[in-house]
Design a protein around this ligand. Sequence first.
Ligand code: DQA
Length: 151
Amino acid sequence: MNILVINGPNLNRLGRRDATHYGVVTLAEIERALRDRASGRGDKVTFFQSNHEGAIVDCIQNSTTSSDCIIINAGALTHYGYSMRDALADARLPIVEVHLSNIHAREEHRRHSVIADLAVGQIAGLGWRGYLYALDFLVSRADEARRRASQ
Ligand code: DQA
């Protein structure tokens, strides 16, 4: 299974950025943990981070046929990124939305996600582990679908 992991603006700063909300683990460490977890099961993870919405749109468009599902932390684009939303809708892939912090317990402008209704579900407030839980969920969901289809 090919899992595309997208991180949006400022998430390249993890580990140096506002540890109270985002913790001390870097994006490289999160990616390593995801790669280790996925490769143990023969799954492949592809990582993309950008501070630019258009680059994220390009990534989604270019990866649709090679990916089975998407894990995305869109950073602040979560709250207003409509072209990213359109690209995700067009991809028609299972999506899990991840946030390190609990966006529902923060400022008003963070409580709304423009991609939440496209996602199978959202993980918010569980820190870096949220990405691993998203991976576990998507892999187990695909396994179950395969099992049922072969019965
Ligand atoms: C975030 C929450 C967003 O509101 C914020 O703009 C981020 C990170 C999170 O992971 O908690 O950049 O997506």
